[in-house]
Structures are given as structure tokens and as C-alpha cells.
Design a protein around this ligand. Sequence first.
Ligand SMILES: [Zn+2]
Length: 135
Amino acid sequence: MAYEIDKPEEQWRAELSPEEYRVLRQAGTEPAFTGEYTDTKTTGVYNCRACGAELFRSGTKFESHCGWPSFYDPADSDAVELIEDRSMGMLRTEVRCARCGSHLGHVFEGEGYPTPTDQRYCINSISVRLEPTEG
Ligand SMILES: [Zn+2]
């Protein structure tokens, strides 16, 4: 599928740090409890670190205690793309930025978290960048 932002891999590699590239472009996962936004409660918007698209808002971030920033709903359902992921012997749903196709994390549902959607978008901190709301 073609994305609105479509750059050659060498260009992504030049623009992103090695760890950002590994997660965003090679569907890597940052180690649990190491990401800079795991426990962040700052009000703001989380944008794609690769292309800047708005992905999640702080109002849907919740404490999942899973080690990664967790959201129960994207800012806009069209902002993310969901893809069946059968890697690592599991059936999971991968979450990608709909604008540039970069890997963000996975979404799980029916885990019983007390959120409106019962979904957990488990997102790598390094895949996003928080833009705090002023005031
Ligand atoms: Zn993006």
C-alpha cells in the first residue's frame, strides 16, 4: 500500500537515530519501562516521530503498568493503520502511522482495563513525540 509520506529507506535511516529507525522502520520494540513517555501525564498531543502526524492525545493515555505508553483510542481512527501481525508465533494487531507507514506498536483488546474502549494501544515511546499543550 502507498503512504502519503513515502521515502526511500536510506532517507529514513539518515533522518532517524539508529534506535528510532530500528523501531519505526523495522518494527522493533523498545525494552519495557525504558521509554521516555511510559509514565508521562503531561497534557498534549503525541505525534509520529517519523512524519509528525497527530496520533494520540494525552486524554486517552492510561496507566496500564505494562511498561509502554498505553492509549485506549487514537486521536482519529484514520490516523493509524491496523495490520495483522503473525510474527513471533502470536497473532497480534500491529499499529502503524497511516501517513508514513512507520511502526508504532500493537493494539490489544478485551484485557479488562477500565477504559471506554477496552483496547490498549501499546505504543513505543520512541515512535512518538509529545507536544505539550500550552498553558
Ligand atoms: Zn508517521
